[in-house]
Write a protein that binds this ligand. Structure first.
Ligand code: T1G
Length: 695
């Protein structure tokens, strides 16, 4: 017997009622799925031929959670908590058949089932805290009744995806299947059907609802767990709310606990942190899409199996490692055999480190290294579909290299430069096929940092851009497409932000106050500590390639002073801070003295700052530059700027990015604040910006 809705269907065979969900792309729990699930359970429950029920999905994954597209709108019945409670209350055994990424509400559906079977390759998790939420359909109540309070708290407050394999002994699964089948999902369906048949044949039809189990708390030290959660949360509230719920409800019934959970869920849904985190998630999904003119079709990317990397320094090694880890082959070219071998050794060190930390299994590591060729002979690059240069930041050296590569490679090879600020349109002039030349600006360390700016030059073809974005996704990067300007989007805003920070220094704020005001606000690191870490000389050399702005006498003068006094930061143990042998930063009156003397020389009136005033000026510098970037067409969307700053510059994710903050402040406030700053400092520093932006 089958009843078919196009999303949730039922099939009855061998006394087994199988509910199949087919709701691309990830079988999210939209209203139509919740409705279908509820009705199917009711229908099979009342059908005497059905002895066991299976819930399964087709497509790429079992249910990957509530439908995030519904978050902004009025919740529609049936509500998920009621659906999962109906599943648990069903007097017939219900089996969840898991594969892919069973997340959030999807795992909550599975937890309400009486049995859970899964493919070993699957992932499960309750990642709601990543959206500023907590599980809202019984996850805080049922998970701990299966895997214990400590493990449940770890999974829920971290929001991490856990491999089914790693949870083998947790009691979460009643069967874990490994299969080498080319059709693993169909194989899983058959294996689940067999599992259900065994329940019937062994007459194991008694149900044991998870909700009726007692919670095991004998090994938990609540205070230790709480302080660890607070430390990891770094200002995010949802993990602590989850902790408080579990601590306060673990001795209650599931229904009492779910009432508490639901109240807290609704409060978090309305919170600015959740709005920011949901914005961050949506912005990152959107950033990977290329805005094209209406009625034009998206260009198809070229297939890339082998990447050439020129330069075996930190960036080249990082890029090569990221490509190898993504399953691609790599040909890394250095100038000499020794340098090539050193690069190979450094890549091997990173990969072995991943094996040691459990991030990579030894067979994958071996396969990565087998796909690496390092050489000093550029002829080896002929097998590469994409070549990324990561050599010395000198425009002439880069132009010579691309002219040479144009001779070696055929016209189909895509060339990319990893430069962080050189003019890509100028470099493109030395490429025989400039339409196949783009920027791919990785962030160091390139095998770890998720952000990748893909830069479209005046000549880049749509195929070249589509291919670069496709490779970025393969490398598990968060790619943002930008156009050419000095510093592209990220570094241009970083420079504007840095200028404002140093102006505030010259106006009287101390080095420590600035860093602590911004880290307390949520920035991953104080901006002056970042300068010391990166090396103050790096910024000075980049700025030396451009004339100083005459209208801005204080322009990065503190950094220039440090540079002139050989205070380059951590590498000289002296910069904005003094560093002891253990590398610990200490404030240094010498640095403050240099800055005060410079302020006097520049005739800058000194004043005291509140922390909020420091944050305000730094944030508005980002907002001003971000609006200019959008109005100049350097970025496709304002939210792309948020993606860049959250993933490349330590902007707190739970604040959504500088442009999200502007949206929260509102257009009138933004315009009036920028006008006030323009009145005080002039329109060359704070230019007029258009804020008529489509939201
Ligand atoms: N709802 C709707 N669409 C979703 C979705 C979701 N939950 N997750 C992904 N998509 C879309 C995504 O926008 C994209 O669409 C396509 O699927 C592929 O995504 C009550 C309240 C599942 C691991 O947080 O982590 O349940 O661009 O490119 O890299 O307690 O998406 O193709 O049109 O990311 O393979 C909890 C969030 C929700 C999961 C797949 N669930 N999603 O990654 O593909 S809160 C989540 C992900 C909740 C309950 C609470 C990932 C993924 P398009 P993709 P991927």
């Amino acid at each position: 017997m089958s009843t078919n809705s196009n999303v949730v269907s039922i099939h009855l065979e061998d006394n087994i009622g199988t509910i199949t969900i087919n709701y691309p792309p990830v079988n999210a729990l939209g209203q139509v799925v919740r409705q279908g699930l509820k009705q199917s359970i009711e229908q099979l429950n009342s059908d005497s031929r059905c002895k066991v029920i299976v819930i399964q999905c087709v497509g790429r994954t079992f249910i990957a959670g509530a439908d995030i597209r519904e978050f902004g709108s009025t919740p529609l019945e049936p509500f998920l908590p009621d659906v999962v409670n109906d599943i648990e209350a069903c007097p017939k055994p219900v089996i969840a058949s898991l594969f892919g990424t069973t997340l959030g509400g999807g795992l909550e559906v599975a937890l309400a089932c009486h049995y859970r079977v899964a493919l070993a390759t699957g992932l499960v998790g309750l990642p709601e805290v990543n959206l500023g939420l907590i599980p809202g359909a019984g996850g805080t109540q049922r998970l701990m009744r299966i895997i214990g309070v400590k493990s449940a708290l770890e999974m829920i407050t971290s929001g991490k995806h856990c491999s089914v394999h790693s949870l083998e002994s947790s009691g979460l699964f009643d069967a874990i299947f490994s299969t080498s089948s080319d059709e693993p999902v169909s194989e899983l369906a058959a294996l689940t059907h067999t599992f259900a048949k065994q329940l019937i044949s062994c007459d194991q039809l008694e149900v044991n609802p998870v909700g009726q189990r007692i919670v095991d708390t004998n090994d938990i030290n609540w205070d230790d767990v709480k302080s660890a959660i607070i430390k990891k949360a770094r200002g995010r509230i949802a993990p602590l709310v989850a902790f408080d719920i579990i601590k306060s409800t673990h001795l209650l019934t599931v229904s009492e606990g779910m009432n508490v959970e639901r109240d807290e869920f609704v409060k978090l849904l309305k919170s600015e942190q959740s709005a920011a985190l949901r914005h961050a998630f949506a912005a990152e999904k959107m950033a990977s899409k290329i805005v094209s003119a209406p009625q034009t079709t998206q260009a198809e990317p070229m297939d890339v199996q082998c990447i050439g990397v020129i330069g075996g320094g930190t960036m080249g090694v990082g890029i090569a490692t990221a490509a190898l880890s993504a399953g691609l082959s790599v040909v890394l070219i250095e100038q000499t055999e020794i340098a090539a071998k050193t690069a190979a050794t450094n890549i091997e060190k990173i990969i072995q480190g991943n094996v040691k930390s459990g991030r990579m299994n030894v067979n994958v590591a071996e396969s990565c290294l087998n796909r690496l060729t390092t050489s000093e002979n550029k002829q080896n690059l002929s097998q590469c579909q994409l070549i990324i240069e990561a050599i010395f930041e000198d425009i002439n050296v880069k132009k010579e290299l691309f002219a040479e590569l144009s001779e070696i490679c055929d016209g189909n090879t895509l060339f990319a430069s990893n430069t962080s600020y050189l003019n890509l349109n100028e470099i493109a002039q030395s490429v025989s096929h400039p339409e196949r030349f783009v920027g791919m600006h990785f962030f160091s360390p390139a095998h770890i940092m998720k952000l990748l700016e893909v830069i479209r030059t005046d000549h880049s073809s749509d195929v070249a851009i589509a291919t670069a974005m496709f490779v970025a996704k393969k490398l598990k990067k968060i790619a943002v497409l930008v156009n050419v300007c000095f510093g592209f989007a990220g570094n241009r805003m970083f420079s504007r932000h840095g200028r404002e920070i140093q102006q505030i220094l010259l106006e009287g704020a101390s080095i420590e106050q600035i860093d602590s005001a911004l880290t307390h606000w949520g920035m991953a690191m104080g901006p002056l500590s970042v300068q010391d870490l990166a090396g103050i000389d790096i910024g000075c050399k980049a700025r030396a390639s451009k004339p100083l702005p005459g209208h801005d006498p204080g322009y990065f003068r503190p950094s220039t002073l440090m540079f002139e006094n050989n205070r380059l930061g951590r590498k000289t143990k002296l910069g904005f801070y003094r560093y002891d042998e253990a590398g610990k930063a200490h404030s240094d009156p010498e640095a403050e003295k240099l800055i005060r003397a410079e302020s006097a020389k520049l005739g800058i009136k000194q004043k005291s700052f509140t922390d909020d005033e420091i944050v305000h000026r730094a944030l508005f510098a980002l907002i001003s530059e971000g609006l200019q970037l959008y109005n100049e067409g350097i970025v496709q969307r304002l939210s792309d700027i948020d993606v860049i700053w959250m993933n490349g510059y330590g902007f707190p994710r739970y604040r959504g990015g500088p442009m999200f903050q502007a949206q929260q402040l509102g257009k009138e406030t933004v315009i009036s604040e920028l006008l006030k700053l323009q009145t005080e400092y002039g329109e060359l520093i704070w230019p007029d910006v258009n804020y008529d932006i489509p939201q």
